[in-house]
Design a binder for this molecule. Sequence first.
Ligand SMILES: [Zn+2]
Length: 336
Amino acid sequence: MGSFSHMIGQRVAKNRIRPLLQGRPEQVYLITGPEGIGKRMFASEMAKALLCSQPNENGGCGICGPCRYFEESTHPDFIHLSPQPGEKNIRVAQVRDKVVSDVFLYPQISSRKVYLIEADYLNEEGQNALLKTLEETPRSVIVILTVSDTDKLLDTIISRSVTVPLTPNTDTEIQEILLAGAGLSAKEAALVSAVSKGIPGVALGMAGDESLSEIRTVVADLLNVMPVIRYSDLLSVRYGFFEENKERIGEILTVLEMGLGDIAILISNPSRPLLRVVDKRDNIIRMIEKNVITHLSVDRASAAVSAAARAISSNYSFESSVCTMLLSIQKELSHA
Ligand SMILES: [Zn+2]
C-alpha cells in the first residue's frame, strides 16, 4: 500500500481532500467516478490517513501502529461494508449491525472510527437505514461512501456528503500506471492507454489481454495492404475480422484511428522508429512518395472511422457501417 504521493493523477480530488490531510476532515465523503477509476483505493488512503497517529500531507505515515494494523486489514476502527460473498447487495442487517448501532461504540486504537461503504451495492432500504447515521454522525465517526452511479443514491445522502469526483486519467498517467504496475513496453503501454478511456482498472485488465495485441496486428496488416487490396478481399476476409469481433468494435476502431495517426506521422517523417500500431509500412510509404496518401486523405479516412463508430452506436446495420468505412479508407489510401 502506498500513499497519496504514490497515487498517479487525480490532482483535483487530492486538492479537494487537502483539509482532511491537514487535520480538518469533514464527516461524510462521497467518492464518485466510473468503475475501475480507483475509488476504493482512494477511499482507503483517506481512511488510513484518518486513522494514522501522525498523518502528513501525503496521508498515513505507514509506520505507526494504526497504519500497520490498517495495512494488515486488522484495524478495529476501520469498518468496510461491501456485499457478502455470493450476494449482489449489501444487506440491510449489515448496515444496522456494522454501522448504525456500531457508530456509538468508542474507537479502540485510533482517535476516530472510519466507515467505508460501497454505496453502489446499497438498495433504497439500505440507504434509508443509513440516513439517520449520516444526519447525526457522532463526532468521532467519519463515513466515506463510494459510488459509480450517483443517480442511484437518495438526494438526502448526496446533500449530506462532501463529493469528491475522480476523473479519467490522461494517456500519460495511464502509461505511467501501466509501466509501474504491469511491466509493459512503452509501445504496448501507449496502445493500451489509448483504448482504456483513462480508467486504470480497464487499462490494467487489458494489459494482460493477448487479444488486444492481436487487434493491433490485424489492424496494422490491414492498413499496410489497404493501398493494394482487392475489393473482394476487403469485403470478405478483412470484413470477417470485424464481424467476428463485433463486441470489441469500439477498441478496434480506436486502434484503427491510432493506425491512421501513425500514417499521418509517416507523411512528415517516413523513417520514424516508434509507431503505436503500424509495423510494416512498405505499401504505405510507396503511396506517400507518390503523393497519393496526404494529410487530407488521412483526415478523410479518420472521418470515415468516426462516422462508422457513430453509425454503429446509433444501431445502424453493423455490416454496412463497417463496409462503407473500409471502402472509404481504401479509396483514401490508394489510387482507386
Ligand atoms: Zn501512521
